[in-house]
Design a protein around this ligand. Structure first.
Ligand code: URA
Length: 273
């Protein structure tokens, strides 16, 4: 079968990024406006491209080349971002976004590091059946934990539910209180199954990354608590950005050690060699 190449002057069709434009480590916020905000926390940064919902910056954080690209909200635009970033050389993704906590004790401004995601999105199902796990890379999870510990932030690690709908799909009433039967019990059902938070992109990022042999993780700032009804936009976002940057620095250090000792996988004992 002949297949077209969706590029324009050597740039990826949607993201407008080309070979050499992005680092191997890419932070993935949903919101395009968060990309320059992230870049300003680096030691050096430059704008790469803005096209549709996709804004990309590349720069350097503590000696490590790093990029950030916005994914837009939800699975379909996120899948496009992953596809095109992989094509130009990225191999490690960290979603940075906001989230709704399902537990009273996971408060506003806390961080949630996703160990895996329940695939309530649609995009990942275009790739593989629902039984395929949307699991984060253990190296990225560990680097995020190390970063959160070193910065002294409040964080939790658990299973995330990624949905394609912020309202009805996360058990919130729709317009005119529309609420189908499955939405009414959703929060309780997920909470009983030890799911800790809602967001809208991690499942797509994890599924595609596993299919393509890339690494992915997610750290999200809690802006809503579904148990207490609190909602504070932007709570914890600056802390989340600091943790993600630091996780990239840690991953880069671990990647260098793996290379030096000829290992494919990071393990704690490598730090004592
Ligand atoms: N993002 C979500 O997807 N859900 C929330 O409740 C908050 C942020």
């Amino acid at each position: 079968m002949l297949s077209e190449k969706p590029t324009v002057s050597g740039k990826q069709y949607h993201l407008m990024v080309g070979e050499g434009d992005v680092a191997r480590y890419v932070l993935l916020p949903g919101d395009p406006e968060r990309v320059p905000r992230i870049a300003k926390t680096w030691d050096k940064y430059w704008h790469v491209a803005t096209h549709r919902e996709y804004v990309t910056y590349t720069g350097e954080y503590r000696g490590v080349r790093i990029s950030a690209t916005s994914t837009g909200i939800g699975g379909p635009s996120t899948a496009i971002a992953i596809e095109e970033l992989l094509r130009v050389g990225a191999d490690t993704f960290i979603r940075v976004g906001t989230t709704g906590s399902l537990r009273r004790e996971i408060g506003i401004g806390d961080l949630v590091i996703s160990a895996a995601a329940v695939r309530l999105d649609g995009a990942s199902k275009a790739y593989i059946f629902p039984e395929y796990p949307a699991v984060a890379s253990y190296e990225v999870i560990l680097a995020l934990i190390e970063a959160a510990e070193s910065l002294g932030t409040r964080y939790h690690v658990g299973i995330t539910a990624s949905t394609d709908s912020f309202y009805v799909g996360q058990g919130r009433p729709g317009y005119k209180d529309y609420m189908p039967p499955w939405s009414k019990d959703l929060v309780k059902m997920l909470r009983d199954a030890n799911v800790v938070n809602f967001e809208m992109e991690a499942a797509t990022i994890f599924t595609l990354s596993n299919i393509y042999g890339a690494r992915a993780g997610a750290v999200c700032a809690v802006i809503a608590n579904r148990e207490t009804g609190e909602f504070i936009p932007d709570a914890g976002v600056d802390t989340m950005i600091r943790v993600a940057n630091e996780a990239v620095r840690i991953l880069s250090e671990w990647d260098s050690m793996k290379q030096r000792f000829g290992k494919n996988y990071f393990y704690p004992g490598i730090l004592r060699r």
